[in-house]
Design a protein around this ligand. Structure first.
Ligand SMILES: [Zn+2]
Ligand SMILES: [Zn+2]
Length: 423
């Protein structure tokens, strides 16, 4: 249940700021900081599809207005207890939040993790999820959610105004429809209750559609007594700038889940100045091919004395709040070791100049993962991105891959290497 909605002038202003920043991001940011989605990119017509879905669910969400203070009453009830489980799902995200016998799940890792999350919830005696949040439609966040939607009683399914042309998104939508649920598109300023804790949506606005699925990530602050936790999905620079510049959006928190698994393209120092986190959690896979987390993110957190927890080193990290104090199930990480990008030697050795250029660029300007292969959904062949066949490929058939050769073949078991570029 949405329990509050903020003053309309504030919301209109917030939307204006986000809109301007989005446009700035589109006009300038992309050139400087190419964003690499976790999976495939989405073309304009697919966003039109998202808009249709958005308008069809929008009428269900209008809400009564109540004012909820920033500090919740979690500290009045000495028995109130909040647990935030940052579940180890390898490369991806999944967080379970439990407060006073109510539970919510934020993402469920990739499609191989749905059953593991199901068992994790069962182990914690959870049968009902008051909220299921799909932060954004990338496979490493929503891939396992269809299992959860099928197996659990889900109160409200919260989504951003964004869709994706991927099998994992299709499966999620199918499961939601099959169970007769109507997803709710969130909007900045909305508040939700979970036990004595309160969740405030900080991004995105339901009225904007970002060009990048990561930027459509639902960002929310969870308040429990005087403690607060920030969830950021894979949001990169534009939504973070909105939080920095909009005085009505309060991102100052005790615990931040670091945006986009600690990627460099999702890092701006100003955001951490704004959040001033005492604790940070990074969810990423051991030896993930993207090289998450990046050195500059770790350096910033280290320099400001933030205690860091990492699922790749420590497994599932659990934070517990009594409304006054936050404790963790493990000691902070002390390695400050960045991820290493998957060894690209094999690819660089190929004489394909476009491929070589991509990796040389990466060495001087450590970046997000680049496209490693391009798969043609029609012919079933895969290519190096620089192959001449790729230039002629219809966008409809083209799937840009950001993974190793083995992972590509796991995704498309019938994939055959192109005879021209011989990947
Ligand atoms: Zn992700
Ligand atoms: Zn993503």
């Amino acid at each position: 249940m949405v329990i509050a909605s903020s003053d309309m002038n504030m919301r209109a202003k917030t939307k204006l700021i986000i809109g301007i920043l989005c446009l700035m991001g589109l006009a300038f940011g992309r050139g400087i900081n190419p964003t690499a989605p976790d999976t495939e990119t989405v073309s304009a017509p697919e966003y039109m599809g998202a808009m249709t879905m958005a308008s069809s669910v929008r009428e269900i969400k209008k809400t009564p207005i109540t004012v909820v203070p920033r500090k919740t009453d979690g500290n009045k009830d000495t028995k109130s207890r909040l647990e935030v489980h940052y579940i180890d799902v390898g490369q991806g995200d999944s967080s379970l939040i439990i407060c006073d016998n109510e539970a919510m799940l934020v993402d469920a890792g990739d499609e191989s993790k749905g059953t593991a999350i199901q068992l994790y919830l069962k182990k914690h005696n959870i049968e009902r999820l008051k909220y299921v949040v799909a932060t954004h439609p990338d496979a490493d966040h929503i891939g396992g959610l269809d299992v959860i939607v099928y197996k659990f009683d889900c109160g409200q399914i919260l989504i951003p105004n964004c869709s994706n042309d991927t099998p994992s998104f299709d499966r999620l939508i199918y499961s939601v429809k099959a169970k007769g649920y109507s997803p709710h598109i969130v909007d900045v300023g909305e508040k939700y209750s979970l036990g004595s804790a309160v969740i405030e949506i900080l991004s995105p606005s339901s009225e904007f559609i970002f060009s990048d699925t990561n930027d459509s990530s639902i960002i929310f602050r969870l308040d429990h007594g005087s403690n607060s936790f920030l969830f950021t999905g894979d949001a990169t620079i534009p939504p973070q700038q909105a939080l920095i510049f909009d005085p009505d959006l309060d991102a100052d928190t005790d615990v931040i889940k670091v945006p986009h698994h600690g990627a460099a393209t999702a890092y701006i120092k100003g955001f951490y100045d704004e959040v001033s986190p005492e604790y940070a959690v990074i969810s990423c896979g051991r030896k993930n091919p993207y090289g998450h987390p990046r050195q500059e993110v770790l350096d910033d957190l280290k320099n400001r004395g933030t205690k860091l927890y990492r699922t790749d080193e420590q497994g599932t990290v659990i934070a517990t709040s009594d409304g006054k104090k936050i404790t963790f199930n493990t000691s902070p990480s002390s390695t400050w070791k960045p991820g290493e990008e998957e060894n690209s030697d094999k690819t660089v050795r190929k004489s394909d100049s476009a491929v070589t250029r991509v990796f040389q660029h990466n060495l001087s300007d450590p970046p997000e993962p680049s496209v490693t292969y391009v798969y043609n959904k029609n012919t079933g062949k895969f290519h190096y991105p620089g192959c001449s066949s790729v230039t002629d490929m219809s966008p409809k058939n083209r799937a840009d891959m950001y993974c190793s050769r083995e992972e590509l073949i796991k995704t498309y078991p019938d994939a055959k290497p192109c005879k021209r570029c011989n990947p």
